[in-house]
Design a protein around this ligand. Sequence first.
Ligand SMILES: Nc1ncnc2c1ncn2[C@@H]1O[C@H](COP(=O)(O)OP(=O)(O)OP(=O)(O)O)[C@@H](O)[C@H]1O
Length: 248
Amino acid sequence: MNAAAAPLLELRHVTQRFSGLVAVSDVGFTLAPGEILGLIGPNGAGKTTLINLISGTIRPIEGEVLLDGKNITRLPAFRRARLGIGRTFQIMQPFPGLSVLDNVAIGALFGHGGGQSQLGKAREQARQSLEFVGLGKFADQRADELGGPGRKRLELAKALAMKPRLLLCDEVMAGLNHVEIEEVIAVIRKVREQGIGILVIEHVIKAIRSLSDRLLVLHHGQKIADGTPGAVLADPAVVQAYLGKKRA
Ligand SMILES: Nc1ncnc2c1ncn2[C@@H]1O[C@H](COP(=O)(O)OP(=O)(O)OP(=O)(O)O)[C@@H](O)[C@H]1O
């Protein structure tokens, strides 16, 4: 494919197994710059595994991951971060004892293009990310003193401080109330305005429907739907696999 015309992210026939269990099966899709792609599916459908395959914490048994048309399938996670892939983690593990600011500065030190080499500049970048997600006033607090909603924002700020071109969000709205969900949605929309492509895993259907340009549904590791939120959520196969069991 001509690299100039290539999507920001492309997966081709990606498969991952864990000792016999097929967690992701022959999945392919594309994501454009500035696009928000929602990824939904029942528990254990393979969503986090897919994010791990894109960010590089695991490599697929079969298939290819391409960024800007370039094959990155065999690159380790830190190299992918340098190329502009940032992610949040479902299980939030801030560095205990470090301030909120320094947790985010670590992201700035290891991000896109190799990150900031100077701690002062990394902290400056971290402060901007914290302001962006609405955590500015907590910068000097210890990160492990933040509550659940604060930690979700911290995850986002850490990923954004890496100056990603592609942002992978793993359940950044889980456990938040309606107001907090709306606030996180507003932050993700602001990220998109910068031309960043965003993949969002989310169980809160109302939120993912309003946020996503496109929805992709995984079931038992297989892609069972990919299209506009309206069409996908009305798809009988999706209703049967997912929505019939879990409505938000
Ligand atoms: N490292 C691993 N070793 C063995 N099995 C794994 C591993 N990681 C994931 N799995 C299995 O792969 C399947 C897909 O898991 P995954 O966490 O990707 O699902 P998910 O869609 O993100 O689920 P949830 O919505 O509950 O977070 C599950 O059956 C899970 O138990």
